[in-house]
Design a protein around this ligand. Structure first.
Ligand SMILES: [Zn+2]
Length: 459
C-alpha cells in the first residue's frame, strides 16, 4: 500500500521513525501462546470478516483445533478467497510475512508455521514486538479488579497506563450489580448518594494509581443519546431496585433514567478529576450489532452540556465520517481518535485524514490505537498500516500543494505522537525525528530494516 505522490517514500520513512502513542488497547495480560496456525490467521478482527464471508457453522469448523489442517484447509481457502482484501485481512497478511516469513496463505504455509508459533505470554517477547512497532506508550482499557487498582498491586502490560472502564458503573440494573460495582470498598450501598460517593472514591483511586482517562463503550449495548433526567427520576429507579434485591430494571426504558443520570454525574467527576473521556462510537467488534445507536452525533447534548470535559471520539466514527468532522470542527472539547479505524477501513481512514486536515484543527487528531487484547503481533501490523495511511494521506496533500513536505512531517508527528502525549498528559519525552534520505521502495522490508530491538521469537 503506497501513494503515487512524489514525496511518499520520504514521508513514509519519516513516519516510521516517529514514536507511536497507542491511544487504546485491551492487553490486560501478555499473550496469547498460539497453538494453531489457523488461529494466527483468524485471531483478532479478521475473524469477523471471515464470519461475514461464510457462516456460523464454517467458523465453528475452522476453530475446531481437534480437526487437522488438511481437513480445515478447504474451508479456510474458500473463505480467504472471499475476503482477503479487507483491512483486517491486511493485518493477517502482514503478520504472516513479518513473523513467519510467509508471503501467501497456503496449506503448506500453515504446516510450516505449526512448529514456529509465537508465544506472546513472555513479557520480553511482548515488549520486544512493541519496540519493533515503535509503540512507546499505550492507554489500556482492561476492566481490572478494582481492589488491585486501589491497593496498587495491579500489574500492567508493558508500556501501559490505565483507563478507567466506565460502562459498568452507570449500567447498573439490580441491587446485586450496585453492590458488586463498589465491593472493593467493603461497604453496603443503601442510597443513590452513597453509590455516587463510592464511585467517586473508586475513580479517585484509579487516578492515584495513574489512570489518564475514562473510557466508555456503552454504545455496544445502548444508544449514545443520553438524556438529562433529574436526580429524582434516577432515584426512583435506584430506590425501586434497592427495595427488593430480587428486582431487575427493564432494558432500555426501565433503566435509562438511572443510567443517563449516572453518566452525566460521572462526566462531572471527569471534569473535577481533570481526566478526558474516551467514547466508543461507530463500528462494533463482532458482527450483527446495530450501528444507528453508535453514531457519535448522538453525543451532541452531552458534549454541549459538559464543556469542561475533553472527549476523545473513537474509531473515526466509522462509517459516519461527516458527523465526526462536524463534531471535531464545532466543539473545542472534541478530539478525533482513529484507534481501530486504520484497519476497519484503511481507505476510509486515508480519506478522512485528508478531509480532517482541511476541516478540523490538526492538533485535535489522534492517529493510532491498537484495540487488541494481547496479540501484540497484530498491534505491530496495525501500527504499520496506520503509518501507511497517514503517510499516504499527507503525501497526497503535499502532491496537490495543500501543504509542503516539512509541514506534512509536523502533522504526521502530531498525529502519531505529540497530540496524544499532550492530551493524555503522558509526559513521554521524544524529539521529532530528523529527516533522512528517502528509501527507494517502502514495502514491508522497511519494518525489518528498522528494528530497534530484535525480540526473541519462539522456535
Ligand atoms: Zn476497544
Amino acid at each position: 500500500m503506497r501513494s503515487t505522490a512524489k514525496c511518499y517514500s520520504e514521508l513514509r520513512a519519516y513516519c516510521e521513525d516517529i514514536p507511536l502513542i497507542d491511544c487504546h488497547d485491551h492487553s490486560g495480560v501478555c499473550g496469547p501462546k498460539y497453538e494453531d496456525p489457523i488461529q494466527v490467521v483468524l485471531a483478532g478482527y479478521f475473524h469477523s470478516d471471515a464470519h461475514s464471508a461464510s457462516s456460523d457453522s464454517d467458523i465453528a469448523f475452522l476453530e475446531d483445533k481437534i480437526r487437522s489442517l488438511d481437513e480445515r484447509w478447504p474451508v479456510l481457502e474458500r473463505v480467504w478467497k472471499r475476503t482477503c482484501h479487507t483491512g483486517y485481512a491486511q493485518v493477517s497478511r502482514r503478520v504472516l510475512k513479518e513473523f513467519y516469513g510467509e508471503e501467501t496463505l497456503t496449506l503448506d504455509a500453515l504446516k510450516r508455521m505449526e512448529s514456529n508459533l509465537l508465544d506472546l505470554t513472555d513479557p520480553q517477547i511482548f515488549e520486544g514486538i512493541l519496540e519493533r512497532a515503535g509503540i512507546v506508550g499505550r492507554v489500556l482499557d482492561i476492566w481490572p479488579d478494582t481492589r488491585q487498582v486501589l491497593d496498587h498491586s495491579l500489574e500492567l502490560t508493558p508500556r501501559g497506563v490505565l483507563a478507567i472502564s466506565l460502562p459498568q458503573f452507570h449500567s447498573v440494573r439490580s441491587y446485586t450489580e450496585v453492590q458488586q460495582r463498589v465491593a472493593a470498598l467493603n461497604r453496603t450501598i443503601t442510597s443513590l448518594d452513597e453509590y455516587l460517593e463510592a464511585c467517586r472514591q473508586i475513580f479517585e483511586g484509579h487516578k492515584a494509581f495513574g489512570a489518564v482517562t475514562f473510557k466508555d463503550q456503552s454504545a455496544y449495548n445502548r444508544t449514545l443519546v443520553y438524556g438529562n433526567p433529574t436526580k429524582a427520576q434516577a432515584e426512583e429507579v435506584f430506590n425501586w431496585l434497592m427495595a427488593d434485591p430480587r428486582r431487575s430494571a427493564s432494558y432500555p426504558e426501565g433503566v435509562k433514567p438511572l443510567d443517563d443520570f449516572l453518566f452525566n454525574a460521572f462526566m462531572r467527576m471527569a471534569r473535577d478529576l481533570d481526566l478526558p473521556v474516551q467514547v466508543h462510537t461507530g463500528h462494533m467488534a463482532g458482527i450483527r450489532n446495530d450501528i444507528v445507536k453508535t453514531n457519535a452525533i448522538g453525543l451532541t447534548s452531552v458534549i454541549e452540556l459538559h464543556r469542561d470535559v475533553r472527549f476523545d471520539i473513537f474509531h473515526a466514527n466509522w462509517p459516519y465520517s461527516g458527523e465526526l468532522l462536524f463534531l471535531g470542527k464545532n466543539y473545542p472539547n472534541v478530539s478525533l481518535d482513529f484507534c481501530w479505524a486504520n484497519i476497519i477501513d484503511p481507505v476510509y481512514s486515508q480519506n478522512l485524514f485528508k478531509q480532517a486536515l482541511s476541516s478540523v484543527p490538526h492538533g485535535k487528531i489522534h492517529g493510532y490505537g491498537s484495540d487488541y487484547g494481547g496479540s501484540v503481533d497484530r498491534a505491530w501490523a496495525h501500527a504499520s498500516i496506520a503509518r501507511d495511511n497517514i503517510a499516504i494521506a499527507l503525501a497526497d496533500m503535499v502532491d496537490m500543494e495543500y501543504l509542503d513536505l516539512d509541514e506534512a512531517k509536523d502533522v504526521a508527528y502530531s498525529w502519531l505522537f505529540s497530540n496524544a502525549n499532550e492530551f493524555f498528559k503522558l509526559g513521554l519525552k521524544h524529539a521529532a525525528p530528523q529527516a533522512r534520505a528517502p528509501v527507494v521502495e517502502p514495502d514491508v522490508t522497511l519494518f525489518s530494516s528498522s528494528l530497534k530491538h530484535e525480540p526473541e521469537m519462539a522456535e
